[in-house]
Write a protein that binds this ligand. Structure first.
Ligand SMILES: CC(=O)[C@@H](O)[C@H](O)COP(=O)(O)O
Ligand SMILES: NCC(=O)COP(=O)(O)O
Length: 255
């Protein structure tokens, strides 16, 4: 199968804000990082306004909406507070993610199948406001079918289990998780959903996912911000883009 078009790279700038908040000041500025990411070729910026504001702040979202030239993918929990903020800003996309205050990072996918009616009503105003609604979910058949039923336009497959297995040298589990992602990307596309992927992706793990022809966007943050400490943000993004394009070329040749 031919790739379904250019594979977009969304840069998540959450952890620029993590470093800024370490001292409670204004440096480093996530907006400056977002503009640099644009210059480096990012197709979009992702920012997660968590309920506890541990990194991205309300002012960061306000500023991003004013300065970005590329689309903003606003990650948010399914709460009334976040819905109000999203409706006020009307970003290009909203990605509904599960949140627990005690978690270090997003631990799983949204349990769509368990609360279909509630989520269908929650996302309707967001769609009506013109936001593309994405659901951050595990590579799970039930969740993907439920996401399609509630009217989501996009699913973002959680690549954390795949990436963690690789990092911990659990290679059989890694390969099994990758196969699940491959199958669920195809299923999501077959159900009419646009398929994205993200969480934990690195230079070592990005290419097998980038090769999936149905995947249209990868959202990557923590690793790139970390790598920027050593090589700079623009080179860190440029290398990720190079790896993604090389992987996509492999897919195109396969047909
Ligand atoms: C949903 C997802 O995987 C990430 O985009 C999310 O931002 C992770 O949360 P933290 O950035 O707080 O780790
Ligand atoms: N939704 C995934 C994302 O935006 C970035 O996740 P990570 O690369 O920071 O783990």
């Amino acid at each position: 199968m031919q790739p379904l078009g250019k594979l977009r790279l969304g840069i998540n700038i959450d952890h620029v804000a993590t470093v800024r908040n370490a001292r409670g000041g204004a440096y480093p500025d996530p907006l400056r990082a977002a503009k640099l990411a644009e210059e480096a070729g990012a197709d979009g910026i992702t920012a997660h306004l968590r309920e506890d504001r541990r990194h991205i702040s309300d002012a960061d979202i306000e500023g991003l909406m004013q300065v970005l030239s590329v689309p903003l993918n606003f990650e948010m929990a399914a709460t009334d507070e976040m819905q109000k903020i999203a409706l006020r800003h009307q970003p290009h996309a909203v990605c509904i993610v599960p949140e627990k205050r005690e978690e270090r990072t997003t631990e799983g996918g949204l349990e769509v199948a368990r609360e279909e009616n509630k989520l269908a009503h929650f996302i309707a105003p967001l769609r009506e406001a013109g936001c593309r609604v994405s659901i951050f979910i595990a590579a799970d058949l039930r969740q993907i079918e439920a996401a399609a039923r509630i009217g989501a336009q996009v699913i973002e497959l959680h690549t954390g289990a795949y990436c963690d297995a690789h990092a911990e040298a659990r290679f059989d589990e890694r390969d099994a998780e990758l196969e699940k992602l491959r199958e669920m990307a195809a299923l999501g596309h077959a159900l009419g959903l646009e398929v994205h992927a993200g969480h934990g992706l690195t230079y070592d793990t990005v290419q097998p996912v980038a090769e999936f022809p149905e995947v249209m966007e990868l959202n990557i943050g923590h690793f790139i911000i970390g790598e920027a400490i050593f090589r700079g943000l623009v080179p860190a993004i440029t290398e990720m883009r190079r790896l993604m394009d090389a992987a996509r070329a492999v897919t195109a040749e396969r047909v």
